[in-house]
Design a binder for this molecule. Structure first.
Ligand SMILES: Cc1ncc(COP(=O)(O)O)c(C=O)c1O
Length: 347
């Protein structure tokens, strides 16, 4: 047996912890605190088991058509993946030669770096705080622009991303995992007739409360979407996932309501943290990235909160180590966290 050199030296991506205890206040992986649309339960209850005997639709035709209609584009411009993580992996195969780079903002979603390592190509980070226009490193053929960014929550103006894409020779994937919670998004760049290199990617994991289902989608120019279809596993999205995602997607009223609840709580929680002296970056996502007031340290707070069964996310390192990323949960969960922080501040 032989393991390739790139895999031997690979530092595996570390997902946020999924605790066994039901008592944990879980604010560490940007899941949605609210349940999925009731329409999902109906689909599951009525699901004909005979559909599991057969392979699923390899082209997810119904889901694809619904997404195309809602996004005012054609199904040929829509691709669906087993979570948006799979779309990223497929894109890394389809759009990057062995001697080219994958680029992203830095800091950003840490999976990108791992993805480049799995593909055995170089990853190059563009500092988010770089003054002036941001550029990709020479030799980059795939740039992953997270908007709103993670873990910062900060939203880039679409004009900046449009200008970046115009001069960039490779493919730009605007990773809009959190865009439903944001003031604007880049969909119009992806659906534009003259678009040659922008793909906008979304997920059912956050605003649709379906992280356990594993469905993501993206929209882009037809030739790039066709390339993704060529590379994907034949049956990458299972029959149950296609049906449940479609039901959630079509329940626009419920989706709007859930998103509005999260945004409202985010505003109140950001204010509450700021009142306590925290530096809270302006967030357009379902989480905030915040720095505690001195002498408190993010790493210590993370550990102490964990002992109290309140999970948040801590990313060590020079760009991220002075802050905590806190998912927006229910008002009750945020109140529990604030009460714990107040108690800890007095201890
Ligand atoms: C920026 C970003 N992109 C993609 C994903 C992955 O989403 P999915 O669950 O659709 O694979 C995440 C998940 O946390 C994320 O933060």
């Amino acid at each position: 047996m032989r393991i390739t050199k790139s895999v031997q030296k690979l530092e595996a991506y570390v997902p946020g912890e999924q605790p066994k205890s039901p008592n944990v206040v879980k604010l560490n992986t940007n899941e949605n605190a609210y349940p999925p649309s009731p329409a999902c339960a109906e689909v599951l209850k009525g699901f004909d088991l005979d559909r599991l005997r057969r392979y699923p639709d390899p082209n997810f035709s119904a889901l694809r058509a619904a997404i195309a209609k809602q996004c005012r584009t054609v199904p040929e411009r829509v691709f669906v993946g087993n979570g948006s993580d799979e779309i990223l992996a497929v894109a890394a195969k389809a759009f990057v030669e062995n001697d080219e780079k994958i680029g992203s903002l830095d800091p950003s979603y840490s999976l990108y770096k791992t993805l480049a390592a799995i593909r055995d190509v170089e990853w190059s980070g563009t500092p988010v705080s770089a003054p002036g226009a941001r550029h990709a490193a020479p030799g980059t053929s795939l740039f992953l622009w997270t908007n709103p960014n993670a873990p910062t929550g900060v939203l880039t103006p679409k004009e900046e991303i449009a200008a970046f894409a115009k001069t960039f020779k490779g493919v730009v994937i605007v990773d809009e995992a959190y865009a439903d919670f944001a003031r604007w998004n880049c969909l119009e760049l992806a659906t534009a007739k003259d678009n040659r290199n922008v793909i906008v990617m979304r997920t059912f994991s956050k605003s649709y409360s379906l992280a356990g289902l594993r469905v993501g989608y993206c929209i882009g120019p037809e030739d790039l979407v066709e390339a993704l279809y060529k590379v994907k596993d034949s049956y990458n999205v299972d029959a149950i996932a296609q049906a449940v995602a479609l039901a959630a997607y079509q329940d626009r009223t419920y989706h709007r309501k859930t998103v509005a609840a999260v945004v409202k709580t985010r505003k109140a929680f950001s204010k509450a943290l700021a009142k306590r002296g925290w530096d809270v970056l302006p967030s357009d996502a379902n989480f905030v990235f915040a720095k505690p007031p001195a002498p408190a340290r993010a790493a210590d707070l993370f550990a102490t909160l964990k002992k109290r069964e309140i999970f948040v996310r801590y990313f060590p390192g020079p760009l991220t180590g002075d802050r905590l990323r806190i998912t927006i949960g229910t008002d009750e969960q945020m109140a529990t966290l604030l009460a714990a922080l107040d108690e800890m501040a007095q201890a």
